[in-house]
Design a protein around this ligand. Structure first.
Ligand SMILES: Cc1cc2nc3c(=O)[nH]c(=O)nc-3n(C[C@H](O)[C@H](O)[C@H](O)COP(=O)(O)OP(=O)(O)OC[C@H]3O[C@@H](n4cnc5c(N)ncnc54)[C@H](O)[C@@H]3O)c2cc1C
Length: 381
């Protein structure tokens, strides 16, 4: 965020977070990329240092920053600046707990949130299935009432933190007394009989982040694991998807800002035809255009971060943030890679990782085509 949006407290938080990433993330990241998953120890360290569950109330173990989205925003920014895409911290902090906070009973909040806040448990959100992603109404996983519990069968795919997650907020169809309720949210927990992990999927980027298939085979879901009212799942998902989309917009912008910063340095040090490559008019013009786009993006996103803090961000604004920032980041990082020449294509250069990591931002949290649908519909069309 730009400095004028931050107080002394935010600046101290950012400094502590940056040091934490330098100490506990960057030195391990290459190994995590080879492993395809991060070390579980990361989560408890992040919890102990106060970087988990920022907007979960203190009474449930969270950091209690319920009306200041800047803390969540800084977490997205700093992990992007460090090119540390391994920890699915945005999923853990912003995709899973908000449903428990908003729709859970007191008992559920006390049962799950403190463990998520310390990092003892890892969170995930499971919506996507092999046959449905954009159209969530097509979800087929089904939990059928059987006496005092439900029996869940089905499959999910592409689930971030899927291999490591302990608490999975899961969207399923429910059937009660033989009648379909529609989409509902249930919490599936690690260790439940019949809850199995499939493959840790191989991706073109974000190699240290686990993305998995999940299988449910006659999983017994007690009543106490149903979140909110049956049949309200779609409504509940809509409630939080705006925050998820702002999160993607922030991370995309921040990754592009850092890729750009590194590229300016590269253009000053790399020479061709007897001069720094940044001295070519083409390079200067490209960099000037990129700087302008990044500045537009930063002003735009900072304003939305403040709106989200006031709970005023609309779903269509969140869709704009996600769509525009991810597309701008794609344009900028592609140009940055071009300015690195052949070195840009080498994985040992961060610019190559930024390029590969950024591609997903146009797809997940709802594709950019779906974002255009949301914005278009808000125009009454
Ligand atoms: C690395 C990764 C991590 C992910 N993490 C999670 C996670 O943690 N939890 C989770 O639930 N999901 C997750 N996803 C799933 C992700 O959100 C979906 O992939 C995404 O929503 C698109 O769904 P789909 O892949 O089924 O594509 P489809 O819905 O099959 O879409 C295919 C194409 O058709 C287009 N399309 C579809 N409908 C329309 C329309 N109405 N108008 C115009 N075009 C349309 C899409 O834009 C896209 O270009 C993840 C995906 C990836 C790759």
């Amino acid at each position: 965020m730009q400095a004028h949006y931050l107080t002394e407290e935010h600046v101290m938080f950012r400094d502590a977070l940056r040091k934490f990433i330098e100490r506990e993330v960057t030195p391990y990241h290459e190994q995590w990329e080879e492993d395809g998953i991060i070390d579980r120890a990361f989560w408890e360290k992040a919890g102990a240092n106060g970087f988990l569950c920022m907007d979960v109330p203190e009474e449930y173990g969270g950091m209690g920053v319920t009306d200041d989205y800047r803390f969540n925003a800084m977490i997205s920014e700093e992990f992007s600046y460090a090119c540390a895409s391994g920890p699915g911290i945005g999923v853990h902090n912003e995709l899973c707990p908000p449903y428990i906070v908003a729709f859970g009973t007191e008992e559920q909040k006390h049962r799950w949130l403190p463990k998520l806040a310390t990092g003892e448990a890892i969170g995930a959100l499971a919506m996507t299935e092999p046959n449905t992603g954009s159209d969530l109404r097509g979800i087929q996983s089904k939990a059928v009432q059987n006496g005092d519990h439900y029996v869940l069968n089905g499959q999910k795919t592409f689930i971030s933190n899927g291999i490591s997650a302990d608490i999975v907020v899961t969207a399923v169809q429910t059937v009660t007394n033989g009648k379909p309720d529609g989409l509902s949210l249930v919490v599936v927990e690690s260790g439940m009989e019949g809850f199995e992990r499939g493959r840790n999927l191989e991706k073109i980027g974000r190699h240290a982040q686990d993305t998995a298939e999940l299988y449910f085979k006659d999983v017994k879901i007690p009543q106490e694991n149903i979140l909110g009212e049956l049949g309200k799942g779609m409504h509940y998902l809509m409630h939080n998807l705006a925050q998820e989309r702002l999160l993607v917009g922030i991370a995309a912008l921040s990754g592009a800002e850092e890729a750009f910063r590194q590229t300016v340095e590269y253009c000053k040090s790399r020479t061709a035809f007897g001069r720094a490559i940044g001295k070519f008019q083409n390079s200067r013009f490209k960099l000037a255009e990129m700087k302008t786009e990044l500045t537009v993006g930063r002003v735009f996103i900072d304003e939305f971060i403040m709106k989200q803090s006031r709970k005023e961000l609309t779903p269509e604004e969140a869709a704009m943030a996600k769509m525009w920032c991810s597309e701008m980041s794609g344009r900028v990082i592609d140009q940055c890679l071009q300015l690195h020449g052949g070195y840009g294509y080498m994985l040992e250069y961060p610019i190559a990782k930024y390029y590969l990591d950024a591609r997903i931002d146009r797809i997940w949290a709802g594709t950019n085509e779906i974002m255009r649908e949301i914005i278009g519909r808000s125009l009454g069309l």
